[in-house]
Design a protein around this ligand. Structure first.
Ligand SMILES: Cc1cc2nc3c(=O)[nH]c(=O)nc-3n(C[C@H](O)[C@H](O)[C@H](O)COP(=O)(O)O)c2cc1C
Ligand code: SF4
Ligand code: SF4
Length: 414
């Protein structure tokens, strides 16, 4: 089978097309997306990480509706991962513990194991398999070797070049994080592209100048960009005992990343014509749509699957489908980047917008005085036990709206 990209497509791709016909398009709403000459039945992919540690797990993700499944990052050398905890949580929110800190590094399965059995098993799930590989070796022929080995597998539809893994295996020693260096990025992308017979997507993190990195990947011939990888983080110590819940620094993941990931993605979308896949804190269909409205061609999730299991894909697909139906869209294409094009403005444009002031809804005010303490412009007084704003002093900062426990303050254009 040949795609309009001029590539051989592995046999599982035929299954994807069949699914489209009888599955997600059934209600006249098509949530498939196309880029790099390929069609994916859903814009929600399974990100590299624990949910894709071997072939069977990737197969489950695919069977649950993932648009594509991405392997754990492979490397040529043996890699030992901790077996004393690799995912740690933050304080519970509404009773749910949120994973926040991951330290897993690379795949503990060798490239040979993936090629022998795991990739075939993964492809059996019916979604394109994206092989994530360590993108950088000081000897670039090693990058070429690992990319060539995997792209020649009939079960691999795309390579994800991981050039942003933050894991320090010893203090100050990272294996393959070169995203800060545009010329290295360009070189490594070119080497991978020359070695690969399938499209190459390059995965960035937060540590680079995104516009320069995107241009470098474009010059190197990359086909797509995914971001963000985990930023390097540390779980804070318990102040009473000095103990660390997880004593090793690792990667921040989950909801804490979402706004950072959206901003990073917007920079890349604006700097390149390449398709961009958004990653970071996608926990439900609303989050997936937020990335798409800001320009993502697709999204990946790791924490969403860690929190909800593989049903995450089915639920997220269904949510997107219902949303499109409710809004009267037949497919996702016209929504991609819509908010970015129509709504995002610059700092200067924001500064030029009409002035707003705080106004008190007297009936709601309990007279607690909290807003008096946090109005740094001295614009609020209590009169007869009710807050009152002096509009001449109000600077339009909006802090009091956040501070008020009674939602008694509105913010209105003058
Ligand atoms: C435990 C763990 C292991 C991960 N392993 C990989 C990996 O092998 N390769 C990779 O590119 N990203 C890896 N990631 C990063 C995720 O793919 C993703 O970029 C990041 O977690 C942000 O997405 P999320 O908020 O959906 O988790 C890992 C993340 C976690 C939490
Ligand atoms: S908007 Fe800012 S300046 Fe105005 S009353 Fe509220 S806190 Fe004070
Ligand atoms: S914080 Fe809200 S409730 Fe409290 S005094 Fe100000 S307006 Fe009233």
């Amino acid at each position: 089978m040949t795609s309009n990209y001029g590539l051989h497509l592995p046999h599982q791709f035929t299954l994807v097309m069949i699914d489209l016909k009888y599955g997600l398009e059934g209600d006249n709403v098509d949530i498939s997306v196309e880029f790099c000459g390929m069609r994916f039945r859903s814009p929600v992919f399974s990100a590299s990480g624990p949910p894709g540690w071997n072939g069977k797990s990737l197969r489950k993700a695919a069977e649950s509706g993932a648009g594509a499944v991405i392997t754990k990052t492979m490397l040529l050398e043996e890699f030992r991962i901790p077996h004393c905890g690799r995912v740690w949580e933050y304080e519970p929110v509404e009773g749910i513990k949120l994973p926040l800190h991951g330290l897993e590094g690379y795949s503990e399965l060798s490239v040979e194991q993936w090629l022998d059995k795991e990739l075939e098993e993964a492809a059996g799930g019916g979604a394109p398999v994206i092989a994530s590989v360590r993108g950088y070796y000081p000897e670039l022929d090693k990058t070429a070797r690992i990319v060539k080995m995997l792209s020649e597998s009939p079960y691999v539809s795309m390579i994800e070049l991981n050039v942003s893994c933050p894991i320090e295996i010893e203090e100050g020693e990272v294996l393959a994080n070169i995203e800060q260096d545009p010329s290295a990025l360009e070189k490594v992308t070119r080497v991978a592209k020359e070695a690969s017979s399938v499209p190459v997507m390059v995965k960035l993190g937060l540590e680079c100048n995104r516009a320069m990195a995107a241009k470098a990947i474009e010059r190197g011939g990359g086909d797509a960009i995914s971001l963000i990888n985990n930023p390097w983080s540390i779980l804070p110590p318990d102040v009473e005992t000095g103990e660390m819940q997880c004593p090793s620094p690792g990667g921040l993941c989950g909801p804490a990343l979402r706004n950072l990931a959206l901003a990073a993605m917007v920079e890349v979308v604006r700097s390149t014509h390449l398709p961009v896949v958004g990653i970071g804190g996608v926990l439900n269909w609303q989050h997936a749509m937020q990335f798409i409205l800001l320009g993502a061609s697709a999204v990946q999730s790791c924490t969403g699957v860690i929190l909800r299991g593989y049903r995450f894909f089915e639920e997220t697909n269904r949510g997107i489908q219902d949303y499109l139906k409710r809004k009267g869209y037949e497919n996702i294409n016209s929504l991609r980047g819509k908010t970015l094009r129509e709504r995002i403005i610059s700092f200067n444009q924001q500064a030029a917008r009409p002035r707003c002031v705080a106004r008190i809804r007297g009936d709601n005010c309990s007279g607690c005085g909290a807003c008096l303490d946090t109005c740094f412009y001295g614009a609020i007084d209590l009169k007869d036990g009710v807050a009152s704003v002096n509009e001449d002093l109000c600077s339009g900062c909006r802090v009091c709206v956040i501070t008020c426990p009674m939602s008694a303050i509105s913010f209105e254009q003058v």
